[in-house]
Design a binder for this molecule. Structure first.
Ligand SMILES: Nc1ncnc2c1ncn2[C@@H]1O[C@H](COP(=O)(O)OP(=O)(O)OP(=O)(O)O)[C@@H](O)[C@H]1O
Ligand SMILES: [Mg+2]
Length: 193
């Protein structure tokens, strides 16, 4: 299984839209895809009609020593596309994680995904506009990082901080992180920016 993390510190640059579309397009090419909603806003889950306010999802992957992946993975309405959902439970889960001084904090998603790596060809991880412990977990699990950028006056805002963080995770935690690429999102013909 190849894991693709969609990340940008900036909000509203189409991380979620791109995550859902990339995941869906991969299924149309015959791949089995697991989409991970790694953002407490739960927009990915909402986009695929799977959001609940109190259901278990990525929060349990962050907190449980042995997360029950069968319980946490849901089918979507699209053949070959499954999802792990998110809701505000991720906020308290992350507080718990960052106070845990015993178990490593950064590799929880990676370890959970290893459980199902033979069931999927791709895992696509949608992230919050942040560098929090969830995003660090996504970077630690990823083979590829895709950064959607909206071309406007602030396109590069936060980019150096993000690239520094990616480099640090690659050096310290994830030698399997191979590709980091940007792509232009929300492009409109005639946009002069
Ligand atoms: N190609 C596009 N053209 C025009 N609007 C788009 C396009 N892609 C996404 N949008 C719109 O941009 C808004 C933000 O998209 P989206 O929620 O995917 O961004 P995000 O980066 O995930 O945001 P957040 O940082 O809050 O998680 C949404 O209203 C979405 O419908
Ligand atoms: Mg989003």
């Amino acid at each position: 299984m190849r894991t693709i993390a969609i990340i940008n510190l900036k909000g509203g640059v189409a991380k979620t839209t791109s995550s859902i579309n990339i995941a869906y397009i991969l299924t149309t090419r015959g791949h089995r895809v697991l989409l991970v909603d790694n953002d407490k806003q739960g927009d990915c889950s909402r986009g695929l009609n799977r959001r609940t306010s109190d259901g278990d999802g990525i929060d349990r992957i962050m907190t449980d020593r042995h997360p029950d992946m069968e319980h946490l993975i849901h089918k979507t309405d699209y053949e070959g596309l499954d999802i792990i959902t998110a809701n505000l439970g991720l906020l308290t889960a992350n507080m718990e994680v960052t106070m845990d001084r015993v178990r490593p904090q950064q590799n929880r998603l990676k370890k959970a995904l290893q459980q199902v790596s033979d069931q999927y060809d791709f895992c696509v991880v949608d992230n919050a506009p942040d560098i929090n412990i969830s995003v660090i977990n996504a970077l630690t699990a990823a083979n590829d990082v895709l950064i959607p950028v909206e071309v406007d006056d602030n396109t590069l805002e936060g980019m150096n901080e993000l690239l520094d963080q990616i480099q640090e995770v690659k050096e310290e935690l994830n030698p399997d992180l191979q590709n980091v690429r940007c792509f232009v999102s929300k492009y409109q013909k005639g946009n002069q920016a």
